[in-house]
Design a binder for this molecule. Structure first.
Ligand code: FAD
Ligand code: NAP
Length: 512
């Protein structure tokens, strides 16, 4: 993010898009844009960008881009889809830029005739002696069979599904053939006769998505045979009738693709409670719909979506637990139906102000989880060091819980928590209680703008502060350092840690 000029906030942009001003210069007309034409519009004062086949005139948006003009100019006059996906795939550009839409990219003429390959092959065969042709043909047949087998094995590897019924139940079975399948890797949504079941397999996802043949009740059960990777989605029939088919497949049904190539899926969740954590931060509790099975893994975030002044706005938030468990004898049991979010309300924040105005009982859209943190990073560590700045504390909540409950080789867990003032410290009491209760855990608060009464540590993230607090418990102990906070805090922190001799593998920075 870069500082924007006054009057150039997201809200100002939304206002401009609603003002009726012609932002494309085409008076609402849509055009077909050729690659050649697109490439001509590559200057700040005349800038077009193509995203997923649609071309936008982003010239009027230039000063409003939160990442700055130079970032936007990287895609000027070109197809910016890859760049966009790398930086902020989750931003709802269709809604944000709808008044800047110029039209579609023109379809390129196809250079070769349709049967070009076959034609070239036959031509090629004519040029070689007859006996060699037989060898070529045989080899080709073998290659075709091999490629078919490979495709089949890929389909199997990616999983396939089956379904069966009893008088009252429909069971969909997905054979993922993946070891260590677990409840966090299965996301099911069943509402209004629509079923969507997504299975996460590393960086890929397999999807079952159908319009069901008949109505089902709201309850959905998910059974997982972890060792063999079999997933069952069990639906309750509303009427005890025989189904002739599961339903009509939707477009993405039975596909196995990269996770990043799937659009974000949202479901509406009900706000059931809102409690104060500090003077500006609240704990929101959202209830998932009954037909949804979703568990947010440790270290991952979700996206919330709200329509603000007619524009869909999406922002990431990291689910926490309702409180820090002080008894780590057993993993705390959560019902899985609620998502807790600890959110700081900014006095001029576009999204958080709208969030704060939600009433209990109102609905908000919540996406599937995302993030690149892997629990296995902690599972082999002896020392876990957590550096948090402000609400950068949120990913540390589940991480603390996981580390102290389930990681037996951990010797020390230390949280170094940077805040401006004492009043800003989130869950201070609970953290101090936890440190008293569990001797492996230690917390250090560091304030950048303390009052005169503060007797604790003060300062900003720096090499000297980190060298004082970030230490291995033994000279050769295996360490993992996780860091999260304002982007410059995280970037500087990572650099200081590297300067102190920690390797890339020993550091995990939480980002979008
Ligand atoms: P914005 O409108 O973005 O403004 C925030 C503040 O910055 C305001 O004071 C505003 O005046 C100022 N500001 C905005 N833009 C500029 C600018 N260009 N120049 C100068 N000042 C500016 N937050 C949480 O509270 N809890 C979480 O669990 C959480 N998890 C996150 C997870 C991830 C992966 C990421 C990337 C962020 C997370 N955040 C979290 C932050 C969250 O996504 C929002 O950025 C935050 O809530 C602010 O949104 P907003 O629209 O209310 O504020
Ligand atoms: P804040 O109260 O403004 O600051 C928290 C601490 O960080 C303070 O000590 C502050 O010191 C320091 N800090 C702020 N900016 C700094 C900078 N440029 N360089 C060095 N130190 C800096 O923080 P906040 O408002 O809660 O914001 C939390 C941030 O965490 C947000 O930007 C949010 O997006 C991010 N976050 C990210 C994730 C994620 O990526 N997964 C999750 C949750 C939150 P100063 O007195 O110097 O300001």
């Amino acid at each position: 993010q870069v500082p924007l000029k006054p009057g150039r906030s997201l809200m100002d942009w939304i206002r401009l898009t609603k003002s009726g001003k012609d932002l494309t210069g085409l008076k609402g007309r849509l055009i077909e844009v050729t690659e050649d034409e697109l490439s001509k519009h590559n200057k700040k004062e005349d800038c077009w960008i193509c995203i997923r086949g649609f071309v936008y005139n982003v010239t009027p948006y230039m000063e409003y881009h939160p990442g700055g003009e130079d970032e936007l100019m990287k895609a000027a006059g070109t197809d910016g889809t890859d760049l966009f996906d790398q930086v902020h795939r989750w931003v709802n550009y269709e809604s944000m830029l709808k008044e800047c839409l110029l039209g579609r990219m023109a379809v390129k003429p196809i250079a070769a005739p349709k049967d070009f390959k076959a034609f070239a092959y036959v031509n090629f065969l004519h040029q070689i002696p007859e006996e060699e042709t037989v060898v070529y043909l045989k080899t080709s047949i073998i290659l075709v069979i091999l490629s078919k087998l490979l495709t089949l094995s890929l389909v199997f590897k990616s999983g396939n599904y089956d379904w069966f019924q009893t008088d009252s139940l429909i069971t969909i079975v997905i054979y993922t053939k993946q070891k260590d399948m677990n409840a966090e890797l299965v996301i099911v949504d069943c509402q209004d006769k629509q079923l969507r079941g997504e299975i996460i397999m590393d960086d890929h996802s397999y999807l079952v998505e159908v319009d069901l043949d008949h109505a089902v009740s709201e309850d959905v059960a998910v059974n997982i045979a972890e060792k063999v990777g079999k997933v069952e989605i069990i639906l309750n029939k509303k009427d005890n009738i025989h189904w002739n088919m599961l339903g009509q497949p939707r477009e993405a049904h039975n596909t196995f693709i990269k996770r990043t190539d799937r659009g974000l899926f949202f479901r509406k969740c009900k706000l059931v409670s809102k409690a104060e954590v500090t003077h500006d931060t609240k704990l929101f509790c959202l209830m998932l719909p009954k037909g949804t099975h979703l568990r947010v893994p440790t270290g991952q975030h979700v996206y919330l979506k709200q329509v603000i002044a007619g524009t869909e706005v999406v922002k990431p938030y990291t689910p926490v637990l309702p409180f820090l468990s002080l008894d780590f004898q057993e993993p705390p049991r959560h019902d899985g139906a609620h998502i807790y979010l600890m959110i700081k309300i900014y006095s001029h924040g576009l999204f958080t102000q709208a969030l704060d105005h939600l009433q209990i009982g109102d609905y908000i859209s919540v996406s599937n989880p995302e993030g690149n943190f892997k629990k296995s990073q902690v599972q082999t560590s002896e020392d876990l060091l957590l550096l948090a700045g402000g609400t950068g504390f949120t990913p540390m909540v589940k991480l603390l819980n996981f580390a102290l409950t389930e990681v037996s080789c951990l010797r020390t867990v230390k949280l170094i928590f940077f805040n401006k003032t004492e009043d800003d410290i989130l869950w201070r009491n609970q953290l101090e209680q936890l440190a008293l209760k569990d001797e492996r855990f230690e917390v250090q608060f560091i304030l950048s703008q303390p009052s005169k009464e503060w007797v604790g540590k003060q300062g900003k993230i720096s090499s000297s502060l980190l060298s004082e607090f970030v230490k291995r418990s033994r000279r050769d102990s295996k360490v993992l350092i996780c860091i999260c906070g304002p982007a410059p805090f995280t970037e500087q922190g990572v650099q200081y840690l590297k300067d102190l001799g920690y390797s890339q593998e020993e550091i995990h920075a939480f980002t979008a």
